[in-house]
Design a protein around this ligand. Structure first.
Ligand SMILES: [Zn+2]
Length: 68
């Protein structure tokens, strides 16, 4: 059986739902299954990681997205 790949948006780092390979906010952005570091950001305005990733919406994000 093929391993299911979860994609992350190369633009906003948001981790997409299973089976989704396109970010709602960034249809043109490159999405990839090659990412590292799963972080849940609940309160972007109080999160250092959110500032670093330029995240303004609560959600699940990848710390690092490898875009070739
Ligand atoms: Zn995005």
């Amino acid at each position: 059986m093929a391993k299911k790949v979860i994609f992350a948006c190369g633009e906003c780092h948001r981790i997409l739902e299973e089976g989704i390979d396109e970010c709602n906010a960034h249809p043109d952005a490159h999405c990839t299954g090659d990412w590292q570091g799963y972080v849940v950001i609940l309160n972007p305005s109080r999160s250092e990681i959110a500032k670093k990733l330029n995240v303004e919406t609560p959600g699940n994000y990848a710390l690092k997205v490898n875009i070739r």
